[in-house]
Design a protein around this ligand. Structure first.
Ligand code: HEM
Length: 538
């Protein structure tokens, strides 16, 4: 079902209201007064001064002066598409989320993005890509706000402004525009070794995707599923592209960068226009919701960790098809507002400290980016479920609320007595024990292994993929002005793998340091017969 077109007051809303902005056969002012000329200012004589009383001139220029809104503080450059998500029904035993039920179709809007570049930057830079999907479900909006890399640079949201300040252009020269080949980025990631895993993925071919249509997506954090009986399961979300995962090689990325900075944006729009609709399967890795929230020794609350698919297979639960381009980039792609806290019954959060900070950050930034607290009323952000909230007024309020008592229960408006807890279809947070604990500002000891998963990634690479990684580190670290940062970069690489470190050191003309941690080989995968244990659906 699409957005409603008539509000309870009889006023047009959503699409109908958008059409109003361009209806009728005459050109008008914003107030609907017909214009006989929009090409000449009102003047005292053909060669005389322009008159301040020219309302059309002032209205037109004033509106133009305010056309730009702040770009997103991160993920500013993006491209998006509409589509549909169809549930397979295979997750019914682990979650009651209605949009995952068999054959349920849910309208969606997906925005892909780079992270560091500004709105006008290039598509094919080496960077992480955002992969954010808004599901307009019958139970309210669910946003899966993920990336094309399954791990993150930091483990605690309090470090997010720091990593972004380090990754964005240097404040003095505003260089570089859109990538990580510079001193502050490498300074940060070599001083904060929890960033090693994400950085290694960036330096691999995953950092330069061939197309948005050929990227995986990851929810990154561990979430919690809840089924109809209230039983919980921990989960990681994955998007698997039907076209497979493909990357550019570095030289291609450079050439494309110059020849078509809109390469990914164009590729997505052209494919959809040609009817070659990109598709992804949504998959889940599930883990028992044990009190320690670990799986096979991996801390599930640490967003720098993956869980290898050999240990927990990704099981498909639905299919995403992107089948329509936005008709207006600003109205849709620019104004869409995702939030990892937009959840539906059956999906809940965990205590991953990075996720906790995100739950605060998105709404906060969108209040300033989208001009106040009412951006949920912008057509692209409007839920497809009925809304009956008690939010009132504020900048850019377009709803005409009725009644006098925006509080519940009340004895004046009637009709909605609201008995707390009476609605069994409501979103209910999973009650979970919080162990009695001392208030601390510290990371758990289980967040301190920064090298064995990067090593696992490196060891899983083919020889040609390793060559690409070596070339990427050599190029990127080579762009640093500070010798000490290059040297520290090599120390980090020594803790991943001696060959990687030696090759990059050779490229930089520096000595290769020795590892300072013991290079453990990751545990062997369990026998295939054990894999089904993590999937309660079979
Ligand atoms: C935007 C993903 C961590 C703050 C985005 C977007 C994506 C994303 C995909 C773009 C949304 C769009 O297309 O409009 C992620 C992932 C993270 C992560 C996967 C870690 C696993 C964080 C953290 C913070 C943060 C820790 C802050 C504490 C923001 C902000 C925006 C943003 C402020 C801009 C939102 C807007 O203006 O609409 N993020 N992010 N992110 N992210 Fe994150």
């Amino acid at each position: 079902s699409g957005p409603e077109t008539v509000s309870p007051t009889g006023r047009p809303t959503g699409a109908a209201q958008a059409d109003m902005a361009q209806g009728g056969e005459y050109l008008t002012t914003a107030q609907g007064a017909r214009l006989y000329d929009t090409d000449h200012s009102l003047k005292a004589g053909a060669r005389g001064p322009v008159l301040l009383q020219d309302h059309h001139l002032r209205e037109k220029i004033t509106h133009f002066d305010h056309e730009r809104i702040p770009e997103r503080v991160v993920h500013a450059r993006g491209a998006a598409a509409h589509g549909v998500f169809k549930g397979y029904g295979t997750a019914a035993k682990v979650t009651k989320a209605a949009f995952l039920a068999k054959d349920v179709e849910t309208p969606v809007f997906t925005r892909f993005s780079t992270v560091l570049g500004s709105r006008g930057s290039s598509d094919t830079v080496r960077d992480t890509r955002g992969f954010a999907t808004k599901f307009y479900t019958a139970e309210g909006t669910f946003d899966l706000v993920g990336n094309n890399i399954p791990v993150f640079f930091i483990q605690d949201a309090v470090k997010f402004p720091d990593i972004i300040h380090a990754g964005k252009p240097h404040p003095d020269r505003e260089i570089p525009q859109a990538q990580s080949a510079h001193d502050t980025f490498w300074d940060f990631v070599t001083l904060h070794t929890e960033a090693t895993h994400h950085t290694l993925w960036n330096m691999s071919d995953r950092g330069i995707p061939r197309s948005y249509r050929m990227m995986e997506g990851f929810g990154v954090h561990t979430f919690r599923l809840v089924n109809a009986e209230g039983a919980t399961t921990l989960v990681k979300f994955h998007w698997k592209p039907r076209l497979g995962v493909h990357s550019l090689v570095w030289e291609e990325a450079q050439l494309v960068n110059g020849m078509d900075p809109d390469f990914h944006r164009r590729d997505l729009a052209d494919a959809i226009e040609a009817g070659a609709y990109p598709q992804w399967e949504l998959g889940i890795q599930t883990f028992p919701d044990t009190p320690d929230q670990t799986f096979e020794g991996i801390d599930l609350l640490d967003p720098t960790n993956i869980v290898p698919e050999e240990l927990a297979p990704v099981r498909p639960v639905g299919l995403l098809t992107l089948n329509a381009n936005p008709s207006n980039f600003f109205a849709e792609t620019e104004q869409v507002a995702f939030h990892p806290g937009h959840l539906v019954p059956g999906i809940d959060i965990t205590d991953d400290p990075l996720l906790s900070g995100r739950l605060f950050s998105y709404l906060d930034t969108q209040i300033s980016r989208l001009g106040g607290p009412n951006f949920a009323q912008i057509p692209i952000n409007r839920t497809h479920a009925p809304v009956n909230d008690m939010h009132r007024d504020g900048m850019h309020q377009t709803a005409v609320h009725t009644g006098v008592a925006p509080y519940r229960p009340n004895s004046l408006d009637g009709g909605c007595p609201f008995l707390a807890g009476a609605d069994t279809g409501a979103y209910i947070e999973v009650p979970r024990e919080v162990p009695a604990a001392k208030k601390v500002r510290e990371a758990p000891a289980s967040f301190s292994d920064h090298f064995s998963q990067p090593r696992l990634f490196w060891l899983s690479m083919s020889p040609v993929e390793r060559e690409h990684i070596i070339a990427a580190y050599t190029f990127e670290l080579g762009k640093c002005y500070e010798q000490s940062i290059k040297e520290r970069g090599l120390k980090v690489l020594a803790n991943i793998d001696p060959e990687l470190c030696e090759q990059v050191a050779m490229g930089l003309g520096l000595p290769a340091p020795a590892a300072t941690v013991s290079l453990t080989t990751p545990a062997p995968s369990p026998a295939l017969s054990q894999l089904g244990q993590t999937w309660p659906l079979d």
